[in-house]
Design a protein around this ligand. Structure first.
Ligand code: 5GP
Ligand code: MN
Length: 320
């Protein structure tokens, strides 16, 4: 795909990610924004994100540049990053539909190829890694490198998920050479938790339930609990990973109540189960080992439906 031909030809560019943006989404959007700002002239470049978790606020231009509501602009080019389907764009969907040209760079296996030009590398760790492949090394500043490094760190779970390849490490190494402080990015954006976040993590672990002879671990966060702690969705980041590393577990499920009979589901697999397949069945998506969806019904129904699918896949796995 001629990504840079489209960028060069455009005088107004919108960059946006998915709703409830995570590290890879924020990192890739800000990396492209900073890169273009630093290396191009006479272009209007805007970056749109629904919200940015406080832990990412040290990235360059997080504080002043990000637009959280759509402007009345018809862009020459709309670049969607880390977004698997058009409905995940959220408030920027209208800008996408109105833009003269659209591009999507992504790595979700469930990507629906919704843009005019789609570049999806399903086996690549992160959108930041995909994007890094397009950028000229000499033009990447320390600040842009920091954004890319943060995204890679988050989507690889600090270089430990199976999506971490030699190329991932090579790219991360090149970013370190730009002067990025690895320990600062990893500690400040990934491991550091507020007291409130740790309290919720503790409760989720304490109240977790094992199903299917310990192959599934499940935890639930009610709206009441979110209100009690004054928490937002991103305050739960990392909880699912702690559930997943429980010995004997194949799949971890975290269910967050969003409304009456309305639940946000996060799933993580340890390898045998393709959780993206399951989340796609329920209108969501993601990756083989990390996926999500939104489901209606009681939390009990949600878990029953999900565990039936997990059981089905595990049966197929053992008889293969
Ligand atoms: P998380 O559990 O961290 O929210 O999401 C895990 C992965 O699944 C991420 O790559 C995320 O983009 C994707 N994902 C989560 N929820 C949804 C959803 O409702 N729809 C789609 N298409 N993907 C989702
Ligand atoms: Mn990603």
């Amino acid at each position: 795909m001629e990504f840079f031909r489209l960028i060069n030809e455009a005088t107004s560019i919108a960059i946006a990610g998915h709703i409830r943006p995570d590290g890879d989404c924020v990192g890739s959007c800000l990396a492209l924004y900073n890169y273009l700002l630093e290396n191009t002239e006479n272009k209007q470049i805007d970056v749109y994100l629904e919200s940015v978790p406080a832990a990412f606020s040290f990235l360059k231009n997080t504080e002043n540049a990000i637009q959280t509501a759509k402007q009345n602009v018809t862009y020459d080019l709309f670049v969607a990053l880390d977004c698997g389907s058009i409905d995940r764009l959220g408030f920027t969907e209208e800008l996408f539909l109105g833009a003269k040209h659209t591009v999507c760079l992504d790595h979700h296996i469930s990507n629906t190829r919704f843009a005019e030009y789609n570049h999806v590398e399903e086996d690549v760790s992160s959108t930041c890694e995909v994007l890094c492949g397009f950028l000229e090394d000499a033009k990447i500043s320390k600040e842009t490198a920091e954004c890319l490094y943060l995204g890679i760190v988050h989507d690889t779970g600090v270089f430990k998920h199976s999506n971490t390849t030699r190329r991932t490490m090579d790219m991360a190494g090149r970013l370190l050479e730009k002067g990025v402080s690895s320990s600062k990015v990893i500690d400040d954006s990934f491991y550091r938790k507020t007291y409130m976040q740790n309290q919720i993590l503790g409760r989720c672990l304490l109240e977790s339930i094992l199903l299917l002879n310990g192959k599934i671990i499940y935890s639930f966060v009610s709206q009441k609990m979110m209100q009690l702690y004054g928490a937002v969705a991103s305050d739960l980041d990392g909880i699912i990973d702690q559930l997943r590393v429980t010995e004997g577990v194949e799949v971890a499920i975290l269910v967050r109540e969003e409304g009456v009979q309305h639940h946000k589901v996060s799933m993580r697999s340890n390898g045998k189960v393709d959780v993206s397949k399951i989340c796609c069945m329920f209108g969501g998506g993601g990756h083989k080992m990390a996926a999500g969806c939104t489901m209606n019904g009681s939390a009990h129904d949600v878990v029953n439906n999900l565990s039936a699918q997990i059981e089905h896949q595990l049966k197929g796995y053992t008889t293969e």
